[in-house]
Every structure is written in C-alpha cells, then in structure tokens.
Design a protein around this ligand. Structure first.
Ligand code: AKG
Ligand code: FE2
Length: 241
C-alpha cells in the first residue's frame, strides 16, 4: 500500500496538517520576525462552520464589546468549555511544536504537551478557556494589545482568518508592532487569505544584538475594516484567571 491512511477524525486531520508544516523554517522566521505565517490551515467549509458558531450563545463563556473597554471597535466571544473539537484540536496540535520555541525564548521549560501546560495554568488559578472568535464590521478595528490573562503565559499565539479578503470584507489587516529599547517602533502587516493562520509573539521576544540578547515588546491588532464583516479565530494557549 503506497497511500497514507485517511485521518480517522477531524482532529486527526488537523493534527496531520499541523505536523506537516515546515517547523524548522517557521522557528527561524519566528526568531527573526516574531511572526510566521503558516499558510492554509482550515478549509473554507471549516471556516464557515466556525463563523456559524458565533451566533450560538451557549458556546461562549463571555462576550466583549470592544468599544466599552477602549479596546477598539468590534466584538469578540470567548469559547466556553468544552471547546469545539476543531478549536481544541488546533490548540493542542499547535502547542507541541511551539513549546520548544517558547522554552528557548523565555529560557524556561514549557511542558511538551498542552494538557501539561493547562495543568500549570489551572494550578495558578487560570482555569477559563481563552480561544475566541472575533467579529469586525465596517469601521471596526482592534487596538494594539497583548493577550495576557495572569502570571502564567505562553509567549506565542495563533490567529486564523475565517473570511476571504476582497470577497467578505476589505481593510482589516492583521498588524504587529515591535517596540525596541530606546528605539522607534516597527510595524509588520501580515497578509492572510481565508483559512490561513499566523503564529506570533504575545508580549515580547528575544532579539540577538551585538552585545548579547535583549527583549523587544510586541503588540498586535487589526487595522480598520473598510467594508463587509471580518471573522477570525484566536488561539491563545494560556487559560485566564
Ligand atoms: O482579528 C485578528 O486578526 C486579531 C485577533 C486578536 O487580537 C487575537 O487573536 O488575539
Ligand atoms: Fe489579540
């Protein structure tokens, strides 16, 4: 038999897709830029199924209207446990190859599996799940921010664009800003197509300079949506207090 067996479940399919990514090259890109586009990760059907969940209130533990908090304009909802299988699979599969990078960056040992890291979060009182769906309409945007929810933090997170730019919405670019000590800030726009993901630094990353390694501060956000509605899935690995 020459063909690989078909994955038994949707979770297996996600795990196989994540495992097939070029992790050595992605690690180099994360080290150099603090962000790495992963390319296509979800099918248009999987994206549509996640967008459809947005209307199902019982799936979520809380809803945030961004303007009320000065976070920008738009809305997001944190999934309740149990997470949708696709989201749980993506979170678990992405954690494993990112843990060694996170350990290097923070000079500490992150556990090799998401379950073990979740246990660490829970022991610190961070028990609420953090994966979320975000929805932006015309004029909406997400101010530069860092997704930290307690003392225990994983330094990398992922985002998946669920709609098609140009068809479902215009504008709404994902952006990162890097603040270097005693220097002006640098921005990076990360173009994504429907179903494509990017991994990026949550709050800081190490940069090798001539006098050793120093840390730069990272923030991410979304530029103004010009038309249509933009949905994303955010995958944060630490749970919230
Ligand atoms: O909507 C986006 O592209 C960014 C969402 C975000 O801030 C996040 O996933 O943490
Ligand atoms: Fe965020």
């Amino acid at each position: 038999m020459s063909e690989a067996p078909a994955p038994a479940t949707a979770e297996d399919a996600i795990a196989a897709r994540v495992a097939a990514l070029p992790w050595a090259r992605l690690a180099e890109e994360l080290d150099a830029q603090g962000v790495a586009p992963l390319g296509p990760l979800l099918t248009p059907e999987e994206c549509a199924a996640l967008v459809a969940l947005y209307a199902e209130e019982s799936r979520f533990r809380s809803r945030v209207v961004m303007a009320r908090h000065g976070f920008g304009r738009g809305e997001y909802r944190y999934f309740a446990n149990p997470l949708p299988p696709l989201v749980a699979a993506l979170r678990r599969a992405l954690y494993a190859p990112l843990a060694p990078i996170a350990s290097r960056w923070e000079e500490t040992a992150y556990p090799p599996t998401l379950d073990a890291f979740a246990a660490r979060c829970h022991a610190a009182g961070q028990r609420r799940p953090t994966p979320l769906l975000l929805r932006y309409g015309p004029g909406d945007h997400n101010c530069l921010h860092q997704d930290l929810y307690g003392a225990v933090a994983f330094p990398l997170q992922a985002v998946v664009l669920l709609g098609a730019p140009g068809r479902d919405f215009t504008g709404g670019e994902f952006v990162l800003a890097e603040q270097r000590p005693r220097m002006q800030s640098r921005v990076e726009v990360v173009p994504l197509a429907q179903g494509e993901a990017a991994v990026f630094a949550v709050h800081r990353r190490p940069v090798r300079g001539t006098r050793g390694t120093y840390r730069v501060t990272m923030r991410h956000g979304v530029s103004r949506v010009r038309s249509g509605t933009r949905f994303t899935l955010g995958v944060i690995f630490h749970d919230a207090a």
